[in-house]
Design a protein around this ligand. Structure first.
Ligand SMILES: Nc1nc2c(ncn2[C@@H]2O[C@H](COP(=O)(O)OP(=O)(O)OP(=O)(O)O)[C@@H](O)[C@H]2O)c(=O)[nH]1
Ligand SMILES: [Mg+2]
Length: 314
């Protein structure tokens, strides 16, 4: 599976989910590479080069050029996110955006999760890192299909490149699709990728106050996985205090204590995943049932199983 370069790319392919929009021009992430670098990239991208400091919900003077560009990028991202969300819904795919600071244990938790879900649910992974395909390789070794997006200078994934990657990866209907975002507690909070929800990972080595220092990320997440609890005996990390901070910025956030190393808490995380997966599948099944009922009614067939004889004149 190739590595997708998100920046410094030539203009080119339309987004697989473009549906008639023109997204050519200076898109920074329209080409798929079979290698990590081609060395000949241009550095002239403007509004769509997420490697710069724009495109985030920073506090800036209203009316500034910076703010205008920022709003343009975010609204375009939201449009792509909507397309992705519809694409996932149609396939009953549970897409989760996994966010954390670098090294909190995203890939380790995913590899453990993939092993636990083997034979239970199909899993695919979109990996986001600035450089290397190390994480995608780890995911494949654990037994799931993976595609790596390298963001270069970019500090987060965006919906457009995730749409490309999802189409290439082509997860089976009813899959769980993990999107491991770039390790960063700030920027990924502002970018909807079309996921069902964000899952934030905080590890016990990072300090208890991260949720109040980086509130946007914890406010945007539905679930907090507190990872590396196996290390608690060696640390002065106060779990109750950390969870209290998380609930201060997001009273509804759920929390599960886990260790990718010891396996503690992973069962609870798998239960959570299976619940969310069932809910997504149920929504799709209900929609298909409704479509089938509408077709039956249109054809004058009132019960499933009744032979398909179209009533004349209808
Ligand atoms: N003790 C302990 N170490 C862990 C645990 N989970 C991950 N680690 C270690 O933490 C380090 C970082 O883990 P990764 O899974 O690469 O973290 P990540 O969040 O994917 O990192 P980036 O993708 O670079 O942001 C590795 O050395 C892991 O072995 C855990 O539960 N307990
Ligand atoms: Mg990782």
């Amino acid at each position: 599976m190739p590595v997708v370069q998100m920046h410094d790319l030539a203009h080119g392919q339309a987004h697989p989910h473009d549906h008639g929009h023109d997204h050519g021009g200076d898109h920074a992430h329209d080409r798929v590479h079979d290698h990590a670098h081609d060395g000949a990239h241009s550095h002239s991208h403007a509004a769509h080069d997420h490697g710069h400091d724009h495109g985030h919900r920073h506090a800036v003077a209203p009316g500034s050029e910076f703010l205008r560009i920022e709003q343009e990028i975010l609204s375009e991202n939201d449009r792509f996110a909507g397309v992705n969300r519809a694409w996932f819904a149609e396939r009953a795919i549970l897409a989760l955006n996994i966010v954390s600071s670098p090294g909190a244990g995203k890939t380790s938790l995913l590899t453990e999760t993939i092993r636990r879900l083997a034979g239970r649910l199909p899993v695919a992974v979109i990996e986001g890192d600035q450089e290397t395909d190390n994480d995608a390789r780890r995911i494949r070794e654990a037994g799931a299909a993976a595609i790596q997006i390298n963001t270069g200078r970019g500090c987060h994934l965006d919906a457009h490149s995730v749409g490309h990657a999802a189409e290439q990866l082509d997860p089976a209907p009813g899959s769980v699709l993990f999107i491991e975002n770039v390790g960063n507690l700030v920027c990924p909070a502002a970018f909807d990728l079309g996921e069902a929800c964000k899952v934030a990972i905080l590890s016990t080595t990072e300090g208890v106050d991260k949720p109040i220092k980086y509130p946007d990320m914890f406010a945007a997440s539905e679930l907090l996985l507190l990872n590396k609890v196996d290390l608690l005996p060696h640390l002065d990390f106060d779990v109750a205090e950390a969870l209290d901070y998380a609930r201060r910025v997001n009273p509804a956030i759920e929390a599960i204590q886990v260790s990718a190393r010891s396996g503690e808490g992973i069962d609870l995380w798998i239960d959570w995943l299976e619940r969310r997966h069932r809910a997504i599948v149920q929504v799709r099944v209900d929609a298909l049932d409704a479509e089938a009922a509408a077709l039956r009614s249109c054809l004058g067939i009132d019960a499933p199983g009744k032979p398909l004889t179209v009533v004349a004149g209808r």
